[in-house]
Write a protein that binds this ligand. Structure first.
Ligand code: ADP
Ligand code: ZN
Length: 821
């Protein structure tokens, strides 16, 4: 008899689907396993079993499951519970959470593109049987760059090619096409050793004698022995090449003569190459020790804790003590960071303490690397028991989670903006921790107003560290009045002479400089001096940004670009001027002012590659780079030892941003970037260039008055009804047709007002109201404390139902952003 099961598909539909499965296979099935199922006319999806033995569907005839893809559940009941919470809280579908939560490689579907792996073929040749499906696929991939799985299906004349594809993936014959096309198969590393025939002492002596006329080859052998450290430690081919400093040809000659032997090993990607010898934890100073003890106390009361410690107060050291305790108890630890740049630096720091137990998890890793970490956690191995990750690490299959750390908790990037689920990793982590009864520690030198409010009202425990480690003073801050400097002609380009001289002085002391400008590109605006025309993006309502290096105008919203024209497209005049300042121009001016200085830029444009971050960060750490110019990327928790000066090119763009959070963010950004200066042995200096030197926020930044900023912001939010005093749901309507968005938004807002009255703002155009040729309009729903959230969401959902029933509106996209920040 057939059984029926309920399957979750990774698509944005608000329901699951029922499939049938024969008796004998049903017995092998568990909830949380993946199955390959047909969907629609000819599509094939990977779905997740969420219910066993349900009733047959009434509205349609159940199709049969093609194949069970797992031997044991990939997703636990607890994960599924977490997903359900997320879908409901953030108003999206379970399928959308599913798609975000598991590495893409677990979700093969008919559209997934796979590619051949030429390395594999080079190594193994083509499979023996030319008629085997593997051979067919590999041959087809010799002629085509990529094949969709559906195409493979027709190629091998099977309706279900997923098992075949999975098998070939596992064997390393093919790869899934990825954006950051990094190798898919377990990484093969080449090693070298002496050919076994020279194991005997006598044979080796004989060899060295015969080689005496080939000094280069002898040298290679000696280097090899040295690297083997007398214990036959495996030596990577690349390592030997580097040691010898010659080309590979000498090594190749030795291999050809059967003196050296090359062999490959599969290297686990998350492996750690250092020794197993862990460094000891740093002893804490009295203030850090008190903080640690207080944190433990709050943990015993099961309260999340906010650690508010000034920059370089040693928060990371305090975390390390807690991590160490959890790992000793055999528990897993999740350490969230807002930015991949941070994982680069922290992984290294934590590996010193916790060796191979540390594993990074983020979106720049290949699918294979992410899948490996998934399995490690599931098996609850000691390896990879401390996960250092960006927000998506939250979805990993923990087995015994014992501690969550959320570093730089104030960072916006913890909130997923697009696509759904638009979750806040900090808030979701706090919820998830309750499942495990695991303690949660939030840390920041500039806590978000929300978290500080939670701490002040007792929902979180509050722990403070006021002193930098080692008694180093917080950097000395100075505001530079740009209007004054221009008037007195004390400017070179965008550098005031005060800033220029401070750079000279800092470099003379052999210290490094960070320059912060929160815009990339050369200059944000190109303007015609005669008619005032500003070239805009044809797809979006924004002006194009000039990128000098490529002599291009680029849209930062959709990526549109075109060469910079020599004359105005409106009036033909050739008098074009650039306005505003981007990181590229700062770097160019710097090169003119300091031609001898080695500078680097860190922004979205320079960090696209997989290893781009690490290269810049390592270069700065090694002091090969003297000046680092960057956007907000440089503000986030980086720990460099030798930065003497931080210069903020222009603080005003941060002040004048139209958002209820603008001042809070400005305070955070400036304080954080300032915090990169003078972290270790001496007091650093910060220079802030601005047209508004008397602005309240800048005063609070320079005097380190977080408390003052908090009080003022809280008061304003109370007055104007913003978080943490109310909750926000932002509803965005999107469509190609301007009129339709107009009408639909008006209808939706009207209906919301019937229920929520004054709690509805808008509809309004966002600052950029057309993106990729789609018009946007927004409505903000404010939910006072005390008004039940679930009921509110239900009301909104009911309005959505009526909205969708109007044929004219049905094609308008509705996007919910719960706890919009
Ligand atoms: P935060 O995370 O608060 O910004 P860090 O933990 O990065 O601060 O500390 C700043 C610097 O001071 C780091 O280089 C760190 O190694 C050092 N440091 C902090 N506390 C100690 C300690 N107890 N012993 C030794 N070094 C410390
Ligand atoms: Zn655009």
């Amino acid at each position: 008899m057939d059984h029926f099961i309920e399957v979750l598909l990774p698509i944005p539909l608000a329901r699951n689907f029922t499939y049938s499965i024969p008796e004998e296979q049903f017995g092998m099935l568990r909830k949380g396993m993946r199955v390959a199922v047909p969907f629609g006319k000819s599509k094939l999806y990977t779905g997740l079993v969420v219910e066993l033995d349900t009733d047959p569907p009434t509205a349609y005839e159940a199709k049969e499951v093609y194949q069970i893809l797992d031997e044991k559940p990939l997703v636990s009941a607890l994960q599924l519970r977490f997903w359900k919470w997320m879908a409901s809280y953030y108003m999206c579908t379970l399928g959308e959470v599913f798609r975000t939560a598991v590495p893409g490689i677990f979700l093969l579907e008919s559209e997934t593109q796979v590619m051949g792996d030429s390395d594999w073929v080079a190594e193994h040749g083509t499979p023996e049987n030319p008629e085997s499906p593997e051979s067919l696929v590999l041959r087809a991939l010799e002629h085509q760059k990529a094949l969709a799985i559906s195409e493979i299906s027709s190629l091998v004349e099977r309706k279900n090619a997923l098992p075949l594809v999975n098998r070939m993936l596992k064997a390393g014959m093919i790869r899934v096409q990825e954006k950051l096309g990094d190798g898919y198969r377990p990484k093969q590393v080449r090693f070298l050793r002496l050919h076994p025939s020279f194991q005997e002492e006598a044979a080796l002596e004989e060899l060295l004698r015969t080689l005496s006329r080939a000094p280069k080859q002898t040298e290679v052998l000696l280097h090899l022995f040295q690297l083997q450290q007398g214990v036959n430690k495996p030596v990577k081919s690349t390592e030997l090449e580097k040691q010898v400093g010659t080309s590979r040809s000498v090594i190749k000659a030795l291999i050809d003569k059967d003196i050296l032997e090359e062999y490959t090993l599969t290297q686990d990607r998350i492996s750690y190459s250092g020794g197993e010898e862990a460094q000891k934890l740093a002893g804490l100073n009295p203030e850090q020790q008190v903080a640690l003890d207080t944190i433990r106390g709050f943990f015993r009361e099961s309260r999340p804790v906010l650690l508010y410690g000034v920059t370089a107060s040693g928060k990371t050291e305090v975390y390390s003590h807690l991590i160490s305790e959890a790992l000793e108890r055999g528990e897993q630890v999740l350490y969230l960071v807002p930015e991949i740049a941070l994982t680069t630096q922290l992984v290294y720091r934590l590996q010193q303490l916790f060796t191979s137990r540390v594993a990074a998890f983020h979106s720049r890793q290949s699918q294979q690397e992410r899948a490996e970490i998934w399995y490690h956690l599931q098996r609850a191995e000691e390896k990879a028991s401390l996960i250092l990750g960006a927000r998506s690490a939250l979805f990993l299959p923990f087995k015994n989670l014992g501690l969550i750390i959320i570093d730089e908790e104030h960072e916006n990037s913890y909130k997923q903006f697009d696509p759904a689920p638009r979750y806040h990793a900090r808030d979701a982590a706090i919820l998830m921790a309750t499942y495990w009864e695991a303690p949660v520690l939030l840390g920041s030198a500039t806590p978000s107003v929300e978290s500080y409010h939670n701490a002040k009202t007792g929902k979180f425990g509050l722990v403070t560290i006021r002193q930098r480690y080692g008694g180093i003073l917080l950097p000395e801050m100075e505001l530079i009045n740009l209007a004054d400097a221009y008037r007195k002609k004390q400017m070179s380009g965008h550098f005031s002479h005060r800033l220029r001289d401070a750079i000279i002085e800092t470099l003379a002391q052999k210290r490094q400089v960070i320059l912060f400008q929160n815009r990339r590109g050369f200059s944000p605006i190109v303007e015609c001096m005669s008619c005032g025309h500003v070239p805009g993006c044809p797809n979006c309502d924004v002006s194009l940004t000039y990128h000098q290096q490529r002599r291009q105008l680029r849209c930062h919203y959709c990526g549109f670009n075109r060469p910079l024209e020599t004359e105005c497209q409106a009036c033909g005049n050739t008098n074009l001027d650039t306005k505003g300042l981007g990181t590229e121009q700062v770097t160019a001016e710097l090169a003119e002012l300091f031609p001898e200085t080695r500078a680097s830029r860190m922004d979205l444009d320079t960090t696209r590659g997989k290893h781009a971050f690490s290269r810049i960060i390592e270069g700065f750490e090694a002091q090969e780079i003297q000046v680092l110019v960057g956007t907000q990327m440089v503000t986030k928790g980086l720990d460099f030892g030798n930065v003497g000066l931080v210069g903020i090119m222009n603080a005003d763009t941060l002040l004048n941003y139209p958002h209820f959070r603008a001042h809070e963010r400005c305070f955070q950004m400036l304080t954080q970037v300032a915090g990169r200066a003078g972290r270790k042995d001496y007091r650093g200096k910060v220079l802030i260039q601005t047209y508004n030197p008397y602005h309240q926020i800048l005063k609070q930044v320079t005097t380190g008055d977080y408390e003052g900023m908090y009080k003022e912001q809280l008061y304003e939010r109370e007055q104007f009804h913003y978080p943490p005093k109310v909750r926000l749901i932002k509803i965005t309507l999107r469509h190609r047709d301007w009129n339709r968005v107009e009408e639909g938004a008006a209808w939706f807002a009207r209906s919301l007002r019937v229920v929520f009255d004054k709690g509805v703002l808008g509809p309004e155009y966002p600052p950029v109201s057309r993106i990729r040729n789609q018009y946007h309009k927004q409505i903000l729903v404010k939910i006072p404390k005390g008004q039940p959230l679930a009921k509110t969401k239900n009301s909104i959902k009911r309005i959505e139902k009526s909205f969708d029933a109007i044929s004219n509106y049905r094609s308008i996209r509705l996007i919910y952003n719960v706890d919009y920040i």
